[in-house]
Write a protein that binds this ligand. Structure first.
Ligand code: GDP
Ligand code: IMO
Ligand code: MG
Length: 425
């Protein structure tokens, strides 16, 4: 398989975990390149559901190497929990999973800061973060004040953790949040460091060596294009670059060694957390999508906001990421609808907008311009060939691809590996 970057095209939860799992069969290495345990990637194997937060979704395939790249912010305690859970289910993890020594740690004080900062935000400014310490973790990285996994092996590690907790306590005090116990925290991370030591390596060198040896690399994005710190609905975004450019920054793979980009996109739209969402359905249609799609957060359990497909977002995602192939998911969720709306453009202050405005106040004031297509009103989950889909379902998918550009590579009609129609991937 050519080196492949896979990204989410909407506001996350597009079904990236499932598609990574499907594509891992053809890959040698699977690499996470940004985000942290804010991600929740669901993979269903043999009827058993796994939700991966930090470990690449490729781990469920025997023998594949999985890397947590330098661009990921890593919560060591979460990572150890996730490893233990997989091991208890019979998966071999050690010897297959490696973590970048350049990756920054998300520590318990980052979580405390995340909660305190969110609490301090005024109504209407709250982001609805996952509470996993992601923003404060990346802030320390950019501020050149972070602890990297490589530092976990240093002799003065405990003293450094204590100093970081003291600094965090000053910030917490300013936010009227309780202070943390520096000694207890240092002890916990010293124990974690010993457990993680064999996994902490130079993943950048590993990526280069694998690429030189002609191995197939699959780069697993978390979150989605509209949550990108640069290209998303700022400030209602995450603190990293989930877009394709982030894949090189977060792994060390040269941009010239990326062969293709796969965009994962739902056949409708969801968002969890605050921020503009032009095609959101507040009434019955939204409830139906949520119920049929099981749209509850894989990380936080929060109900996801649901709405119609937004082709302005799809086109934008194709441009920003250079999407070659779409993996379109959850078509089956629409099986019972008599009519389905597609947003083809926005209307703002009496004018038509075909591109995504940068200003969230403008996006908030945009009204979707819809076209409506007839539904197909029959089940699709059992189908295995695109040609066997009902005519209206094929027409719907074709229209979405026509509006967004690019080609359809995979169509997913259910959560399992078997509910996957392969077209060009
Ligand atoms: P991710 O964060 O992009 O990996 O997506 P999540 O795992 O958070 O959410 C996607 C949800 O949809 C999970 O519960 C998947 O099991 C499920 N899913 C994925 N593809 C399909 C599909 O084609 N049809 C249905 N019905 N469910 C799907
Ligand atoms: P996956 O990889 C959906 C959202 C949060 C919040 C915003 C910022 O499963 O698609 P953060 O904790 O990152 O500071 O929160 O981003 N968010 C996600 N939404 N899927 C995700 O990941 C998300 N990760 C973060 O809800 O609105
Ligand atoms: Mg998710």
């Amino acid at each position: 398989m050519p080196n492949t970057v896979l990204v989410g095209a909407q506001w996350g939860d597009e079904g990236k975990g499932k598609i990574i799992d499907v594509l891992t069969a053809q890959a040698d290495l699977v690499i996470r390149f940004q985000g942290g345990s804010n991600a929740g990637h669901t993979v269903i194997v043999g009827g058993r559901k796994h939700v991966l937060h930090l470990i690449p979704s490729g781990i469920l395939h025997d023998g594949k190497i999985c890397l947590i790249g330098n661009g990921v912010v890593i919560d060591p305690l979460e990572l150890l929990d996730e490893m233990r859970l997989l091991e208890s289910q019979g998966y071999v993890v050690r010897g297959r999973l490696f973590v970048s020594d350049r990756g920054h740690a998300v520590m318990s004080y980052h979580r405390a800061l995340d909660a305190a900062q969110e609490q301090a935000r005024a109504e209407g400014r709250k982001i609805g973060t996952t509470g996993r310490g992601i923003g404060p973790g990346y802030a320390d990285k950019i501020n050149r004040a972070g602890l990297r996994l490589g530092d976990f092996l240093a002799p003065d590690f405990a003293a450094r953790v204590r100093a970081h907790v003291e600094a965090a306590n000053r910030e917490l005090a300013a936010l009227h949040a309780p202070a943390l116990d520096a000694d207890a925290i240092a002890d916990r991370y010293v124990t974690a460091a010993a457990a993680l030591k064999p996994l902490i390596v130079d993943t950048v060198a590993m990526v280069h060596a694998a690429d030189r040896a002609g191995k197939s690399l699959l780069l697993e994005g978390a979150q989605g294009t509209m949550l990108d710190i640069d290209f998303g609905t700022y400030p209602f975004v995450t603190s990293s670059n989930p877009t394709a450019g982030g894949a090189c920054i977060g792994s060390g793979l040269s941009p010239r060694r990326v062969d293709r980009v796969v965009g994962v996109i739902k056949a409708y739209t969801t968002r969890v957390g605050a921020g503009p969402f032009p095609t959101e359905c507040m009434g019955e249609d939204g409830d139906l999508l949520r119920a049929r799609g099981g749209e509850f957060g894989a990380t936080t359990g929060r109900p996801r906001r649901c709405g119609w497909f937004d082709a302005v977002v799809g086109r934008y995602a194709r441009e920003v990421n250079g999407v070659d192939f779409w993996a379109m998911t959850k078509l089956d969720v629409l099986d019972t609808l008599p009519g389905i709306k597609i947003c083809v453009a926005y209307e703002h202050a009496g004018r038509r907008l075909d591109t995504l405005p940068a200003d969230v106040a403008v996006l908030d004031a945009c009204r979707p311009v819809y076209e409506e297509m007839p539904g197909w009103c029959c089940e699709t989950s059992h189908l295995t060939r695109f040609e066997d889909l009902p005519t209206n379902a094929r027409a719907y998918v074709a229209r979405l691809v026509e509006l967004c550009g690019g080609r359809l590579g995979i169509l997913s009609v259910g959560p399992g590996r078997e509910n996957t129609l392969r077209l060009a991937l």
